[in-house]
Design a protein around this ligand. Sequence first.
Ligand SMILES: Nc1nc2c(ncn2[C@@H]2O[C@H](COP(=O)(O)OP(=O)(O)OP(=O)(O)O)[C@@H](O)[C@H]2O)c(=O)[nH]1
Ligand SMILES: [Mg+2]
Length: 538
Amino acid sequence: MTTFVDQITLHLNAGNGGDGCVSVKREKFKPLGGPDGGPGGSGGDIVLVADPNTTTLLAYHRSPHRRSDNGGPGMGDYRGGTNGEELVLPVPLGTVVKTPEGEVLVDLTQAGDRFVAAEGGHGGLGNNGLANSKRKAPGFALLGTPGVERDLILELKTVADVALVGYPSAGKSSLIAAMSAAKPKIADYPFTTLHPNLGVVDSGNTRYTIADVPGLIEGASEGRGLGLEFLRHVERCAALLHVLDCGTLEPGRDPISDLDIILGELEAYPVPEGQKPLTERPQLIALNKIDVPEARELAEFVKADLEERGYRVFLISAVSREGLTQLNYALGELVEESRAEVVAAIEASPRIVLRPKAVDRSGFQIRVEGGSYGNLFRVLGEKPWRWVQQTDFNNDEAVGYLADRLHKLGVEDGLFKAGAVAGSTVVIGTGDGVVFDWEPTMSSSAEIATPRGTDPRLDQLTRPTAKQRRADYLDRMDAKEEARQELRREGETGFWDVDAEIAEDAILADGTVDYDDEDADFDDDHGVEVIQLRGESE
Ligand SMILES: Nc1nc2c(ncn2[C@@H]2O[C@H](COP(=O)(O)OP(=O)(O)OP(=O)(O)O)[C@@H](O)[C@H]2O)c(=O)[nH]1
Ligand SMILES: [Mg+2]
């Protein structure tokens, strides 16, 4: 018997985004040709795809750690990094994907259904992508964000055509062994079967699968015995075969009351939305163990009663194989009918596209957490967290850019409102996150005056227009003229050598004189500093 793995934990690690590149274009005669660092590539996603050719989760049981490619780093000359390749993991139809906490994320039931199980990281922008009219040459780039790292539970509910249901030791495992090549454990104590066994049966042109699942007892739908485990497997079967034990010597048990108890449990089991309640699925009854004379008598006795209730009833023996051919034939017919029904239903219903649950990517939250060192302000949100991950904290420009982004989103305002003051501890992200001592650098409402991320080298290249230069020149000349006249007036009072002209360089733009100017000559003749003549045309 092949191992039947029906629940595994996957450890996924999607590829990281590549870092953006910082680069300045260099050409002959154009040493500072502008920022040309390209963006990093995105990390590969990890995608689960429902594949009819995959029948078990065994491959993931053996190697549960899966990782997709990282994105490549950006490069100079505007070249982007390579994107990491998507990793496709084929899973059997009927695979249910859950979080470790048990939340069902998706149910992959139709061939080709895709589910992005772990998203690759974003590539960071290069300095070319970060440049704008105000920030001409960013000296930084964004880092790639890490790919999603998560554990997922994959559960394969037995997808068999027929489920064998019945009390422990009714002979379910014996029956699947007699009808198929499956070799389940058989013993005369209850709960011999702990895991479902699948068997493949041929009936004429029809091939179908039967699942032998653990025995069911009263209270199974509340989890008694292996109840819920059992019913979870039955959930995916199209038809049910009740195996009733006619040879039991246990007091208080007979085929009719066994059936009623089992029907009660099936009734009480909550099937997921969109699925038929278990008791509404096609059902047949097999009265087992008729090789024992007392059992045959009992079986013949209850047969009419059961038929009166609308069931097709078969007297069988898993040991002597009596009645198995007719049972097999009837099951084959039933399976054909239900398959036709399913095909019709699929054709009638529009194809459902499965997407991961949308995350709110827009805003942020501030949570105030008390602690032994005073309040801690935690900033939660997809954007702030991604931005922090994109920041190279060794680069002041990059840190400044982060501060601007947070400010624009309103995080600073939020922190003010939450009661944060200079020096408060601010954590961005969950858990350890990234910790800051908060410095509210910008007033809470003022627009950011000068964008950060400017390269002083490129600033020199931003020349004033001719008109501006002319206006500046005239301003300067006016100021100089005024200063000259002032000195002349003072010279007339005897302090100054009237002919002395003030060294050009010593007159400051605002018209005052800079006595510390090294180029200017000072004369001590009158006991005061006198500025010696220096021709303007010199
Ligand atoms: N005489 C006789 N004994 C049978 C027949 N079918 C099964 N048995 C016996 O009944 C006992 C239980 O059989 P299993 O096939 O293990 O029963 P089960 O329903 O799978 O039981 P669980 O797995 O515990 O739920 C075994 O000792 C079998 O040999 C039958 O047709 N005739
Ligand atoms: Mg069994």
